[in-house]
Every structure is written in C-alpha cells, then in structure tokens.
Design a protein around this ligand. Structure first.
Ligand code: SF4
Length: 423
C-alpha cells in the first residue's frame, strides 16, 4: 500500500472533498496555516465516514476547522492570505498566534537534562525512572491530530522542537543514572522512522548492555494512522520492524507499544486488527491511551466500547488524559467534573480486564494528577475534588490523596484552590 500524504498544499486532491463546500475548504486552508495539518490515504479511505463528515470523530481529529482558532485569530490569518502578504510577513502573524497557544505546556522545557554540562535537547527526564527520547527522524506523524499536545514538533518556522540523534549521549546519560529503568521513544511518532533508522538506535542501546534498562516503550499512533507499518503483506519494511520488536523482547527487555487511540472506529477494521495481532506475536505488549476531547470522544459510551474492544483485541487500557492547555485546546476541552463523570460511567460499563486504566489524569508541571472523586464534606457541606499524583517529579509525593475546592467550570488543576483546614 502506497503512503499518500495530504497537507495544506495538496489536500484539495482528496477525492472525498467533493462532500465539502468551497467555504469549508477555504477555512481548512486558512486554519491549517496555524495548526499543523496532515492526513493520509488510509485515514481518508478507511476511517472517516464522509456521508456524515461534520460529526465524524476522525474527520474532526484530522481536519482543522475555523472554530479551532479564536475569531480574531482566524480573521488575522484570513486577511493576511487575502492580501497575499509576503511569506515572511504572513508567518510573522502566524507565529505570533502560535506563541499565544502555549507551545510547551507543563513547563516541559525544564525537563531537559544535562550531560557533562551540555543540554540534551532531545531528552526529557521528569520522573526518576524514565527518560523520554525524541529522535530527530521521528518528529512527525503519519497524520496530525488537530488537538495535538506536541504540535511545536511540526512547526519548523519556530525553533521549538525537542530532538536529537546522538544516541551515544542518551546511552551515557542512562548509564550515569542507574535509577533510570525505562526509555520512551516519542515524538511526533517514532514509528514514522524507517525500520533501518529505528534499528540503528535500538542496536546501539542493546549493544550498550545497560544493566539498569528494563523497559523500552514506543509512543505511537501508527496503529491508528498507518497500520501497514506492521503488515508484511502490504509493506516490505514491516517484517524488519516486527523482527526488531522480537529482538528486543528476546533480549529480556520489556517492550511496550504505547498506542494512541481516540475512538473505537480506529479499531474497527481488519487492517488494524491484523497489525495488532502481528505486534502481539513478537511478545511486545500494547497499552493504550488518549485524552478526552469534546467533539471526538466526550461520551462514556464511546470510551466503554473502546476499552472493551481493546481488551477483546488483547490490548491493555492504560491512561485517560484530560486535554492539555495547548494549541486549540479551547475547542476540545471539557470540565474536570464532566471528565470524571465520563470516566466513572465508562469504567463501570467495562469488564474487569479494562480496569487497568488510570483516569482522568492531567499531565501537569509536577506530574500526573488523577481526579479520584468528587466528595462532599459533611462538616461544611462543601464539595471537593479528591486527587492524587500517580507520577511526580518527587516520587515520594505520589499516591497521597489531597483535596481541592470544587469548581464546576474548572478544566485544569491550576484553576482550583487547595482545601483549607480550619483549626
Ligand atoms: S499522534 Fe500524537 S504527536 Fe502525532 S499528531 Fe497525534 S497527538 Fe500529536
């Protein structure tokens, strides 16, 4: 199967675009100047229901619409395009808007570690036992999610990317910190790299024989956006990818594919199901994660079905996230109390094997905060969110419940006040 990419420049070639009015196409062209846009022939041919595209979750996941920008932002770009501004003047406007979209939420920039005094710009070390590695060649995806929390990785005009290719420095860093047990390849999507490139990184890691390294993870949406990556019958490189997975597992390292699925429709065809089966045959495990997104999956029925389908396919539900405050988050965000309600309604409707999941969780500056409950204090009659850190920069702070004052409109932990104890 040949991979055909559609982006801001050529998306009008998509045959199904006959379903869209000229106004909608022009809006895509304008908004996609700010929000990185990319889709491909598998997504448009297999995942989107074009008869109902306005409400289709995968259409909304891939195609920008004008409501993803504030009205004044949309107008600024529209006028710039209409006036045929020189590229550098147009990008001045676009980049100003982008910088206002909180490009690096949760102070990720502070997670960059040093080796011998040098910043490792493609590594993040936030939690004691794991490092995140952003290989230079993996800083794109087979398609781009409109809500993407890593969108600066795709905006070359701004120098905001995390990335590096010097795996020797990554290895030296892991060796120096014996309490690091895991490396997560992330991006972008590391599975967009050819198996030859990825194998080079993996071979160096395996050859280094790091005693402390127990787990390798790949954060990826390839199962959803290009499952042919794992199908030798359609893609001659797939065999190499699967052999590499097997080689990692055979070395006694736990390999976990951190698969990103936002909706059950992404699991609902034989292509992805065969890809899942091929990965599992290598001995790798597949864990799943996604944020809750208005217009895409803000319904407990969607989540319950997605988790049940995942378990039936042998996947392990892992995280349900709250949408991060970056990019067009105002379009996608829901309140914490809604997220908690969706989570509880959904998890109650699943079989016990789906209850491996942790949610709803915010990836905040200090760590991953889970909303554990909404409780009423019988002494003062006030409501509170009960929360805990399931990951924290300081691991001693994890799994200690705390209370924040309830606010039905809050969408992030920073908007809440901690419960005061009156003595
Ligand atoms: S797959 Fe992940 S990194 Fe890639 S566009 Fe989607 S959210 Fe962003």
């Amino acid at each position: 199967m040949r991979f055909i990419t559609y982006n801001t420049k050529n998306f009008r070639k998509i045959e199904y675009l006959r379903y869209l009015s000229e106004d909608v196409k022009n809006e895509i062209a304008i908004v996609s100047k700010v929000i990185p846009f990319k889709t491909n022939n598998y997504v448009v041919d297999y995942l989107i229901d074009w008869d109902n595209y306005q409400d289709d979750p995968i259409y909304i996941l891939n195609f920008p619409n004008r409501h993803m920008l504030r009205e004044e932002q949309y107008e600024m770009v529209r006028r710039g395009v209409e006036q045929k501004l020189a590229e550098k003047d147009l990008y001045k406007i676009i980049n100003e808007i982008r910088m206002g979209l909180n490009p690096h939420p949760a102070q990720q920039i502070t997670n960059i570690p040093k080796l011998n005094g040098e910043n490792l710009k493609g590594l993040q070390h936030k939690y004691q036992d794991i490092v995140l590695f952003f290989p230079t060649q993996g800083q794109s995806c087979h398609a781009h999610c409109t809500f993407c929390f890593r969108w600066p990785q795709f905006t070359k005009e701004l120098d905001l990317q995390f990335s590096m290719r010097e795996i020797d420095k990554v290895i030296a860093y892991i060796r120096e910190h014996e309490y690091i047990h895991e490396i997560l390849f992330t991006g972008g999507d590391p599975m967009i790299m050819s198996p030859v490139t990825l194998n080079r990184y993996i071979s160096e890691i395996l050859d280094a024989e790091l005693d402390n390294l127990e787990v390798i993870r790949f954060g990826t949406k390839a199962l959803s956006y290009w499952p042919f990556t794992f199908l030798p019958a359609f893609n001659e490189e797939a065999e190499q990818m699967l052999s590499m997975f097997k080689r990692i597992v055979d070395r006694g390292i736990h390999l976990s594919i951190m698969a990103h699925f936002n909706h059950y429709v992404e699991l609902d065809n034989e292509i992805v199901q065969e890809a899942i089966s091929n990965i599992r045959l290598t001995g790798a495990q597949i864990r799943t994660q996604s944020p809750i997104l208005k217009h895409i999956n803000n319904s407990s029925e969607v989540w319950a079905r997605m988790w049940n389908d995942q378990v039936n396919l042998g996947l392990v539900p892992y995280y349900m996230f709250v949408e991060r405050e970056t990019g067009p988050f105002e379009y996608f965000q829901i309140t914490l109390q809604e997220a908690y309600q969706i989570y509880t309604d959904a998890i109650r409707s699943t079989g016990s094997l789906a209850k491996t999941l942790t949610g709803p969780v915010m990836s905040a500056s200090n760590g991953k905060v889970q909303v554990m409950g909404i409780v009423e204090n019988p002494l003062d009659g006030n409501k509170y969110f009960m929360m805990q850190y399931v990951r924290h920069r300081d691991y001693k702070q994890t799994y200690k419940p705390f209370f924040m004052q309830y606010d039905e409109n809050a969408t992030w932990v920073d908007q809440l006040n901690q419960m005061r104890v009156n003595r």
